[in-house]
Design a protein. Structure first.
Ligand SMILES: [Zn+2]
Length: 314
């Protein structure tokens, strides 16, 4: 008599990609809707400017903002977390999970908006819309190491700095998915090219290494990236991304050494980065990638990191 062993994979979390159509572009900002036993959370709801789209996207799944229990923020950059305050105003029951170093800026976004205004002096409103404060009582402070529950689902919170000093990732081990925000760069679903996004102010390649290790040692089968969607081979993805990140840092350093001033250095870095992207992607996708994470911002973030490191070493 044959013995049949059957393993049933029980689906714990329903994960749905919500496309925020940032600035009218599909596949730019992805919010992840998580559902388990009637409980619902969103990983990174996106900026205030795409709130209407988010509402519509929820609507197509028969849901409204009032059906949400929680927001799981990977970090507080406006393209990820800007809509949080407006969502809480609409649904005061919402719990907003965020790393302790980001939390003060969610409660009072004035400093965050001040730095954003310096980066986008003319386009801030158009890009990110309204950024409202999140009341302190809605904030749930994370450090990494926590386990969050949603229905029968569990999410491990892992501290993953590098792109930002207050970045966390959420691991759903039952589904073998890691929601990594911007820790694994930009990779638009359907393409294999992975691009760094290194905006100011606190890019740190050393701590980023530890984050790669933390992701890989958990062996997820898939990564979920805000820009944009699922990536299916995490170990290869991280390997390629890490190499490119260091290459881009070297490109920034070279531009800074050889150019006469900061704006010439930025121009030379942007040209080199664009040339590299063009080797890998068709023209219209080049523009889409560049739109998703401005090359000027990546230069500024790397330049700041390199200067900080040089002054620490001297
Ligand atoms: Zn970011």
């Amino acid at each position: 008599m044959a013995v049949h062993l059957r393993y049933t994979a029980l689906r714990m979390t329903a994960i749905t990609t919500l496309d925020n159509h940032w600035m009218g572009h599909p596949r730019s900002i992805a919010a992840a809707l998580l559902e388990s036993e009637g409980h619902r959370a969103i990983v990174d709801p996106g900026p205030g400017s795409t709130l209407e789209t988010l509402r519509r996207q929820l609507g197509t799944h028969g849901l409204s903002v009032n059906d949400l229990d929680a927001l799981l923020l990977t970090h507080i950059h406006l393209d990820h977390a800007g809509a949080s305050g407006a969502l809480v105003r609409e649904n005061p029951q919402l719990a907003v999970y965020v790393h302790k170093n980001g939390a003060p800026h969610m409660a009072d976004p004035s400093k965050l908006l001040g730095s954003a205004l310096r980066l986008w002096p003319n386009e801030l409103q158009q890009l990110f819309g309204e950024t409202l404060p999140v009341p302190a009582e809605n904030l749930r402070i994370l450090e990494g190491g926590e386990t969050l529950s949603l229905g029968s689902s569990k999410f491990e919170v892992v501290y993953t700095p590098g792109h930002a000093s207050h970045h966390v990732s959420y691991f759903d081990h039952a589904e073998s998915v890691a929601f990594v925000g911007d820790t694994a760069g930009v990779r638009i679903e359907g393409h294999s090219y992975v691009m760094p996004a290194t905006p100011p102010p606190d890019v740190d390649l050393e701590s980023w290494e530890n984050s790669f290790t933390a992701i890989l040692e958990r062996k997820p089968e898939r990564l979920f990236l805000t820009h944009f969607g699922f990536s299916g081979n995490p170990s290869e993805h991280v390997l390629v991304f890490r190499e490119r990140l260091h290459k881009w840092a070297a490109m920034a350093a070279k531009s800074m050494r050889s150019a006469s001033d900061e704006s010439a250095a930025m121009a030379s870095f942007m040209a080199a980065a664009r040339a590299e992207i063009e080797e890998h992607l068709p023209a219209e996708e080049v523009e889409h990638y560049v739109f998703n994470a401005g090359l000027n911002l990546s230069f500024l973030g790397l330049a700041r990191y390199l200067r900080k490191r040089a002054s620490a070493a001297s």
